[in-house]
Design a protein around this ligand. Structure first.
Ligand code: P71
Length: 464
């Protein structure tokens, strides 16, 4: 028989749903009360009071039946668990690094890496800061310097690789500080705080060449490197015919070491690692991990967690999976673009980022427009999102001054394999509703400010 070839076919999830978790809608009056009780901070809401939870894609993923089956194969030996070796093998096969030290999550790896590599007075250049990464660098006595391209700081600029390093900026930092003061260059793919924006392979290769000349190691934050690899496949000449798995391995190959929060790409609820090709660093990390995390063959994780990560890595690099994952984010983002709502462009890998400065031009940044927007969204529909602006940026540790970042964003983050397209429709409609009432919105005043990573526990009240 001869069948006609389909000319038009949408993507669909490469899985079906076997188990569901009920979620409940609250009333507007309840939400008003919950938001006030939470000090106008979405981190302080109870999840039972949230309808669609888009706070983060971190540890909120749905595992597959194979991953759940893997939990039953947990080898909970204190030392030398089989699951540790399975994880090590998966990391080596897909990310390419020789040595592995598991940690309880990403910041565990950042802590160990920073303590080993950074000395007081050191400078760490990177493609935009991330909150936990920079804090660990600072606690080790270092100073982070942003060397991302200028386009990354402009939400409307459509540059396809806004995660790129500006090589002239990096060269300048190396010249000014001197290569000896730079323990490593810190690269993230994709760049979370820029709006989930990717770095081009060509750019990483150029950074590699520059660093090699000065013998400066390259450390990759591989947390969303699979998503970065997908964007390279879609946007960078020469990569269209390559599999995401192949691109990921090439990308990592230009770096010496990586820290990883497995809670994102790797499709699990907890876990992380430090992986490296540097035997000396591995020796030190393997030693230090026992102080802060646990023995070097479990690093704060149960055997079953390591098994779920090992299996999640394999699923995460599947081309159909990653196309669906980012396709869903783009589906939401394109709705908002069609309706003229200001978002970071291009649409990012792990979420849609609302441009709060353009959304609420009448609210000064000192009154935290992005924080306020998260509250209005929750009040409208029970959708929980995260501030990524002045509250997240915090204060300069030396001067104590507020650091007002160029980007004042609300992250509408999509967990992997959790919500449907219908959920995305409701989210889009709610954002539109809040946008239509933007003129009436008011800012916030911070009334409680914790010392570290203040955004997690800060409390606010509305400006009168
Ligand atoms: C996210 C998170 C979790 C988070 C962290 C801090 C503030 C708010 C939310 C965590 C990352 C990340 C990158 C690029 C390292 C970590 C730390 N992201 N690098 O986006 O995105 O990993 O949470 O496992 O410790 O919601 P960890």
């Amino acid at each position: 028989m001869s069948y006609p070839k389909p000319s038009r076919r949408s993507w669909a999830e490469p899985w079906k749903i076997k188990m569901v978790e009920p979620i409940r809608m609250t009333t507007p009056a309840q939400r008003e009360r919950f938001m006030a009780e939470a000090g106008y901070n979405t981190f302080l809401l109870r999840s039972a009071h949230v309808y669609i939870d888009l706070l983060t894609d971190s540890g909120t993923n749905a595992m597959s039946d194979r991953q759940w089956a893997g939990l039953m194969l947990g080898d909970e030996a204190y030392a030398g668990s089989q699951n540790f070796y399975n994880l090590w093998e998966a990391v080596t096969q897909y990310y390419g690094y020789k040595y592995l030290v598991p940690t309880h999550q990403g910041r565990g790896a950042e802590h160990i890496l920073s303590q080993i590599m950074i000395h007081p007075g050191d400078i760490i250049p990177g493609n935009m800061y991330f909150t936990t990464t920079r804090l660990h660098q600072e606690l080790a006595g270092g100073t982070f310097v942003d060397v991302i391209i200028d386009e990354a700081h402009d939400p409307a600029n459509p540059h396809p690789f806004k995660g790129n390093v500006d090589l002239a900026k990096l060269r300048r930092v190396i010249n000014e500080a001197g290569p000896r003061k730079i323990p490593y260059v810190s690269i993230a793919g994709t760049v979370n705080m820029a709006g989930g924006q990717p770095q081009a392979m060509e750019n990483l290769r150029a950074v590699r060449e520059l660093c090699k000349r000065f013998e400066i190691p390259l450390v990759l934050d591989a947390t969303r490197a699979v998503e970065n690899a997908y964007f390279i496949q879609q946007r960078e000449p020469g990569y269209q015919a390559k599999k995401v798995a192949e691109i990921l391995k090439e990308y990592c190959s230009y770096t010496d070491t990586c820290t990883m929060s497995a809670k994102k790409d790797a499709l699990v609820n907890i876990g992380g690692w430090l992986a490296t090709n540097d035997e000396g660093l591995y020796e030190e990390a393997r030693n230090l991990v026992v102080v802060y995390e646990g023995l070097h063959t479990y690093g704060g994780l149960a055997g079953r967690d390591m098994e779920a990560i090992a299996r999640g890595i394999v699923e995460s690099v599947d081309d159909d999976h990653i196309r669906t994952r980012i396709g869903q984010v783009e589906y939401l983002g394109n709705h908002l673009i069609d309706w003229g709502i200001p978002i970071v462009k291009p649409i990012g890998g792990h979420g849609v980022f609302l441009d709060a400065k353009a959304f609420y031009p009448h609210i000064p940044q000192a009154q935290f427009p992005a924080q306020a927007l998260t509250c209005y969204l929750y009040a409208d529909s029970g959708v929980r999102t995260m501030e990524r602006g002045a509250v997240s940026a915090g204060r300069d540790p030396k001067t104590g001054e507020e650091r007002f970042p160029s980007l004042e964003l609300v992250r509408v983050t999509i967990p992997r394999r959790v919500y449907t397209q219908a959920h995305m429709d409701v989210v889009a409609e709610s954002i539109l509703e809040v946008y239509e009432h933007r003129d009436q919105a008011r800012g916030l005043k911070m009334i409680y400010e914790p010392k570290y990573l203040r955004f997690f526990q800060a409390r606010f009240e509305p400006v009168t």
